[in-house]
Design a protein around this ligand. Structure first.
Ligand SMILES: O=C(O)[C@H](O)COP(=O)(O)O
Ligand SMILES: [Mn+2]
Ligand SMILES: [Mn+2]
Length: 557
């Protein structure tokens, strides 16, 4: 155990009350104009906290600061919570897959060997998010894998495409599908029959997370594996254009219904058959775990699969769950995230309560703990999930913020926990709908809930650290690069909505009645990022942080 022992902090005493760590998911610090929902919402609590000298700063939450390939990459919940929970900057999935493709390692590893058994006589299926968002997947990685397979003898390839519109502009599905059709066509010359076989919008088909709605996965299984969907087309570009509907009121790429591509006779072109290979080409874990279970477990019974292909060669781009070792086979080994704060804290007797609603529950548990699904010590940890609504969240922008707040207040008052960790999903999940007014409401609600939590924290003499994992609601419009002015829709003249995350830094606010006045933000860490927050909350607990963690943001004066 000596390895995990944390010494008392020399100048910050242990608190009487709990330490509250609160993640306002998707709440960035960005250009202050009317399209910044964080700025333009009514947020008296965080406004006041921001004005407290040396108790507010911002930190980087995107790009290389969180282990992504370049500083053009926006942050996301996976890499953000990995950094917040582990205090380390780790090369993330996007980067590891880039490297494995560039140096050819991918093609020598056991996962590739497994799928290559299907190259001569069977079909290789690729299922995943068709996008260059770089959050769950990237188009060039898909193409790299497909080309690698064809060069190594694959004769028949089918791609099952999930349209995005969430990490990339809505409507871009048409370009992505057109590009893929063209890229696949070119493979004919190399003797490979490669086609798109099925698809649908990511929020409707296959990419559920944290068991929020298994019907999403069932629709995916039916379309990709069985070739069954309410809509069939012979041309994938036509499929996406038709399902989007009228250009003045289109269905979002995120929500396109499932479709199947058939031949002229109406037969699906790419069902999954015995002996085929299936590759899930997303590197990110959360939205691949459920579909992986359906492919991996012979006795899976959450929905009726109707048919379970025999002798499948099934791999993920990565192993998505390090606890369940799911899937067993994968193309690239996942980031190795060890010695996370959760593990240190249980070894030092710190009891923790972690809570969010379904949509972010795994963020404050699974991602926080380095992509592990269980407890480190169930005697010291309680994880509470509040079930999320199953609607597009601009229709219910308060989401479950009030219920989470009640649970948080109870945990703070209970005296049972030294640390209370909460994620509010609203600024992110509502921000992803591109609805500015709803996002303002989301931010105002979260601000109100935080105020409520902080007043209870003061009753118990606690300390807090509020932050976020990346930006989102802080910019709700697409902008012209040079002038930063909103881009306007050619037909309506209205600003084009931005549904994705932003590259903005995120705030860090500290305080609470139990925090001595002597504790302030350091002023010598201009490049600090999310990973610096871990040592900071460990210090707030009155402990010294492990030496492998990035520097704490605080000091005493
Ligand atoms: O999965 C999603 O909802 C988006 O692609 C990214 O959002 P998140 O990183 O905040 O979960
Ligand atoms: Mn997030
Ligand atoms: Mn998000």
């Amino acid at each position: 155990m000596a390895d995990f022992k944390l010494e008392a902090h020399p100048t910050i005493p242990a608190p009487d009350g709990p330490v509250l760590v609160c993640i306002l998911d998707g709440w960035g610090v960005n250009v202050e104009d009317e399209f910044n929902a964080v700025f333009s919402a009514d947020t008296p609590c965080t406004d006041a906290l921001r004005a407290v000298p040396r108790r507010f700063r911002s930190v980087k939450a995107h790009g290389t600061a969180v282990g992504l390939p370049s500083d053009a990459d926006m942050g996301n919940s996976e890499v953000g919570h990995n950094a917040l929970g582990s205090g380390q900057v780790i090369d993330q999935g996007a980067r590891l897959v880039d490297q494995a493709l560039a140096n050819g390692k991918m093609f020598e590893l056991p996962g590739w060997k497994l799928i290559s058994q299907a190259f001569p006589n069977n079909t290789v299926h690729f299922i995943g998010l068709l996008s260059d968002g770089g959050v769950h997947s990237r188009y060039n990685q898909l193409v790299g894998c497909i080309k690698g397979a064809v060069e190594r003898g694959a004769k028949r390839i089918r791609v099952h495409v999930l349209t995005d519109g969430r990490d990339v502009p809505d409507g871009s599905s048409v370009q992505f599908v057109s590009s893929l059709v063209k890229d696949l066509k070119e493979l004919e010359a190399q003797g490979c029959d490669a086609q798109i076989a099925s698809g649908g919008g990511r929020m409707c088909v296959t990419m559920d997370r944290y068991e929020a709605d298994w019907d999403i996965v069932k629709r995916g299984w039916q379309a990709h594996v069985l070739g069954k969907a309410p809509h069939t087309f012979t041309d994938p570009v036509q499929a996406v254009k038709t399902l989007r509907g009228p250009s003045d009121d289109p269905v979002s790429d995120q929500w396109l219904p499932p479709f199947v591509i058939t031949d002229e006779a109406g037969k699906p072109v790419g069902t999954v058959e015995d002996g085929d290979a299936v590759v899930l080409f997303n590197f990110r874990a959360d939205r691949m775990v459920e579909i992986s279970k359906a492919f991996e477990y012979p006795d899976f019974d959450i929905f009726d699969r109707e048919r379970y292909p025999k002798d499948l060669k099934f791999v993920g781009m990565m192993q998505y769950d390090g606890d369940l070792l799911l899937p067993a086979n994968f193309l690239v080994p996942p980031p190795e995230i060890h010695k996370t704060s959760g593990e240190f804290l249980v070894h030092n007797g710190i009891s923790t309560f972690a809570c969010s609603e379904t949509q972010k529950f795994g963020h404050v548990t699974f991602f926080w703990n380095g992509n592990r699904s269980g407890y480190f010590d169930s005697n010291l940890e309680t994880y509470l999930e509040i079930p999320s609504d199953k609607v597009p969240f601009n229709q219910a922008p308060d989401m479950k913020a009030y219920e989470i707040t009640e649970a948080g207040k109870e945990a703070l008052r209970s005296g049972k926990y030294k640390m209370v960790r909460i994620n509010y999903a609203n600024p992110d999940m509502v921000g992803h709908t591109g609805d500015l007014e709803a996002s303002k409401r989301a931010c105002a609600t979260v601000d109100k809930c935080v105020a409520d939590l902080l007043s209870v924290l003061d009753e118990v003499n606690g300390r807090f650290l509020l932050t976020s994992d990346h930006g989102n609601s802080d910019d709700m419009v697409q902008r012209e690069k040079k002038t930063n002015k909103p881009l306007l829709d050619a037909d309506t003249g209205k600003p084009l909505p931005l549904t994705s995350h932003t590259l903005a830094p995120v705030p860090v606010y500290i305080g609470g009645k139990g925090l001595p006045d002597s504790v302030v933000m350091r002023d010598d860490l201009p490049d600090a990022g999310l990973a610096n927050i871990t040592a900071t909350y460990i210090n707030l607990l009155g402990l010294q942080a492990p030496s492998l963690y990035k520097d704490s943001l605080i000091t005493t004066v």
